[in-house]
Design a protein around this ligand. Sequence first.
Ligand code: PMP
Length: 444
Amino acid sequence: LKANNARSLWHPMTAPSDSLKNPPAIITGASGVKIRDIDGHEVVDAVGGLWNVNLGYSCQPVKDAIAAQLDALPYYSIFRGTSNDKVIELAEELRDFFAPDGLTRAFYTSGGSDSVETALRLSRQYHKIKGEPGRIKYLSLKRGYHGTHFGGASVNGNANFRTAYEPLLPGCHHIPAPFPYRNPFNEADPAKLAQLCLQALEDEIAFQGAGTIAAFIMEPILGAGGVIPPHESFMPGVEKICRKNGILLIADEVITAFGRTGAWTGSRLWGVKPDFTCTAKAITNAYFPFGAVMISEAVAEVFEKDETGKAAIGHGYTYSGHPVGAAAALATLAETKRLKVNENAAARGAQLFDGLKALKDKYSVIGDVRGGHGLMLAIEMVGDRATKSAPDKAVPGKVQKVAYEAGAMVRVSGPNIILSPPLVITDADAAVILAALDKGFAAV
Ligand code: PMP
C-alpha cells in the first residue's frame, strides 16, 4: 500500500502532471475537520472531502440516523406504486428549506451528475407536455462544470471534460462566463462584464432561435472551473432573459446549496428563483451518495395537469429515494440548521479571503485570488502577472505538497488552488490553512 504500486485501481479525474498523487497520499482516517494518512500524518482538510463534508468527519447524529435506518428499512424502491416514510419526511423538510427559492418538490437521485441529468431530461419533457417539442437545446456557461454523464458533459463549459467523449448531445452552446480576470471582452469591471455576458446570452438565443432552447444551466458560483463568483447582476439577468424567452433555468447547486456560500443556497445569494435546483454532495455530509433535484410548483403543475399521458416519468434511478440516504440527509439538514453553518462559512470565508489577499501581496506567482462568498475560495497562479501566462508546470503541485507537509490538504485544479473546507472550521483551523499555504508559496 505504501509504495502504491498496485495497478488494480484507476483513479478518476487524473491529469498528466498530477503531483501529490504520485504516489498518492493514502487516507485511512478522519475526525473533526482533519484527515489522516497511512503514515499517521494528520492535516486540516481544506478540500472538505470534495466540497461535500460540510459538518466535518465526526457527525454523530448522521451516523446514528444511518445506523437506525439500516435496522428499520435498509432499502426499498420508490418506483411504480411504493414509497417510504423517510423520503416523504425528507421531501417535506426540503420543501421548507427551498421555499424561499420557490422550489417545492423533490426528485431524488444518487449524486450530482444524476441530478443534472434529471433536470436536463425533465426540462425537455416539460416543453413536450406544453406542446413545444422543438425546445431541445441547452445553454450553459464556459468554465461551468456539470458532472460526468453525457448530458452533463455536453453542457460542461470546459472542453477538457468534453472532447475525449465526443460526439456528445447536439445543440449545447456555451456562453462566456463573467470572469473579470480572464474574459474574451478584456473587461475587468465586474458590472460591465456581466452586461456583456448577458448580451452574449441574448445574442446566442437569437441566433439559435428561442423556440429551440429547453434550458439554461448554471452554477450560482462557478466551482470546479476555478471558483468564480459572478457580479450580483448576472444571475438575476439570466433569470430575466430565460423568462422572456420561455427557457427553463436550472441552478446547479451541487456545491453551493446548504450554506457553503454563506447563504443557504447560491440562488438566494442572488435573489433568483430557478425552475430546477440540482443538489447532491453535502446533502448527506458525504456520508451517503445521494442527491435531490428541487422543482418549482409551476413546473410540477405542468406535469400534474397533463392528461395526454405525456407526463409519465420514464426516468429514475434504482437508488432514487434510498431510505438510508434520506435518513442521512434528514439528520444532516437538522444539524446544518441547528449549527447555522452558513454563518460560520461567511465568517471563516472572510478570514481566509483576507489571508489569501495578503499572500497575493507577498508572492508574485499569485495572479488572482477569489472568494468573498463563504468557504469557496481560489488562488490562481501565473508565470508572469503582466501577461497572466501559465505558471511553471511544477508549481501548483509543489505548493500543494509543501502545504500538505505543513498541515493542510488543498486542492489543485489546473493553475488554481481551491479551498472548500468543512463549514465548521474554527479560526485556528483557518489560520493553519493560511500558514501552510504561506510555506507552500515560499517554497516556489
Ligand atoms: N455539478 C457540479 C456543480 C459539481 O461540482 C459536480 C461535482 N463536482 C457535479 C455536478 C457532479 O456531481 P457528482 O460528482 O456527484 O456526480
